[in-house]
Design a protein around this ligand. Structure first.
Ligand code: GRF
Length: 186
């Protein structure tokens, strides 16, 4: 299927998914990267591999609805079938949810329902959990609350956020691709 990746940051998950497609591990087509942060590194990554980008700031629209309508217009133009969130730091609103019912997937760096929202890794470290992980889930109107598609546990490296984060990102890059593979081969 044709999909769009939404991201606000570095875009390492976009890169991993794009590479999987490019290597023939994932039968799909990345047709668009959407970002709310025009300066984010994900824009450079998309340009490097020739994927179209839509970089628009929500603050230049009169409402969240108007912002999302602009995105939906582009998604429809490109015949996008699935939305893959990868570090997109915004709650998805009704316009997108209604345009793509059960077609929006997210990855979150914790074992949901623990530690939803921002800085899940920091939250887990602050709580002192010994095991955390990664979740891939359908997106609904809540914050990291939709039905879970896949999870993988990771041992926390005690007191070492950087090493823990490295482990989490490595698992994310593998798990996202594999979960999409299963989802899209049904
Ligand atoms: C990932 O940890 C993702 O789970 C979280 O934001 C991070 C994005 O990383 N929601 P990147 O931009 O894909 O490198």
């Amino acid at each position: 299927p044709k999909f769009a990746v939404f991201a606000s940051g570095s875009g390492s998950n976009f890169q991993a998914i794009y590479d999987a497609v490019n290597d023939g591990k994932l039968e799909a087509q990345a047709v668009l990267v959407v970002t709310d942060k025009p300066g984010a590194f994900v824009v450079e990554r998309a340009k490097n591999v020739g994927v179209e980008t839509l970089a628009i700031k929500p603050s230049s629209f009169s409402s969240k609805e108007a912002y999302e309508q602009e995105i939906v217009k582009k998604l429809k133009e490109l015949e996008v079938e699935w939305i893959v969130l990868a570090g997109y730091m915004r709650l998805i609103g009704n316009v997108l949810l209604e345009a793509y019912p059960n077609r929006i997937i997210n990855i979150h760096p914790s074992l949901l329902p623990s530690f939803p929202g921002k800085d899940a890794i920091g939250q887990a470290m602050a709580h002192g959990v010994k095991v955390t992980g990664v979740s891939v889930h359908y997106v609904d109107a809540g914050m990291d609350t939709g039905p879970i598609l896949a999870q993988q546990a990771i041992e926390v490296v005690d007191g070492d956020r950087e090493k823990t984060e490295e482990r989490i990102h490595a698992v994310e890059h593998d798990l996202y691709m594999k979960t999409l593979q299963k989802l899209w081969s049904r």
